[in-house]
Design a protein around this ligand. Structure first.
Ligand code: DC
Length: 222
């Protein structure tokens, strides 16, 4: 099966771009961050503190995460409940960054992610797709942009979703999350050696989409 791995820091536009590239190439888009977010939502709902690794490890046994697609949109199911509407708050974002560093949490999602890529053509985004989940991906891209630009985009996204927020706080949260994601022991956010770096601060969405598609076609001659 064909696969494209997209990694990069929070708010770089990975999901927007990957979704469009998936449409153009006829691939399935897999948002792995949503899976980590669903697990974080479970911990929050059950009052499990983000720093209680033992309790989080135990709780992992009670969690099943799965994906479904509605009109081409990924839906993440937490123990069978569609939780898409609840996983994009800043509280869940921070809890996700806090808890995705634990091996039990990562182990749980790794096999599901690999299974998806074995059965379908995928463009998968996250933090460790090129370095860990799909080391043999046909194309690996590390997508980044300045923290100010990423904060502006995340702000617009949240406002569109009707979530009230402050730009300055979003930039602070993004920087804190990147720090934590880059400096954790297991599967830190890092550019794979064979990944192509795309710095998108001054590029439009369409330009980035075209860049991805061209890179993929050049790579695979398709
Ligand atoms: O892409 P996102 O903002 O939805 O990701 C939320 C958090 O999940 C992010 O702070 C780090 C974590 N994550 C991860 O550790 N590994 C992935 N493959 C995807 C996300």
């Amino acid at each position: 099966m064909a696969s494209i791995a997209v990694d990069g820091p929070a708010g770089a536009g990975k999901s927007t771009i990957a979704k469009r590239v998936a449409e153009k190439l006829g691939f399935i888009y897999v948002d792995t961050g949503a899976m980590y977010r669903a697990m974080a939502l479970y911990f929050l709902r059950n009052g499990i503190p983000g720093d209680d690794e033992a309790e989080i490890g135990r709780a992992c046994q009670d969690i099943t995460v799965s994906l479904a697609y509605e009109d081409g949109e990924q839906q993440v199911l937490l123990n069978g409940e569609n939780v898409n509407a609840y996983i994009r708050t800043e509280e869940v974002s921070m809890m996700t960054s806090d808890t995705s560093k634990y091996p039990e949490v990562r182990k749980k999602l790794l096999s599901l992610q690999r299974e998806l890529a074995e059965t379908k053509d995928v463009i998968m985004d996250g933090r460790d797709i090129g370095t860990c989940v799909l080391p043999d991906a046909d194309l690996k891209i590390f997508l980044t942009a300045s923290s100010a630009e990423r904060a502006r985009r995340r702000y617009r996204e949240q406002v569109e979703r009707g979530i009230s927020c402050e730009l300055e706080q979003i930039e602070k949260d993004i920087i804190a999350r990147d720090e934590q994601d880059m400096n954790r022991e297991i599967s830190p956010l890092k550019q794979a050696e064979d990944a192509v770096l795309v710095e998108a601060s001054d590029m439009t969405i369409e330009e980035v989409v075209e860049r991805f598609v061209t890179l993929y076609r050049d790579r695979t001659k398709k």
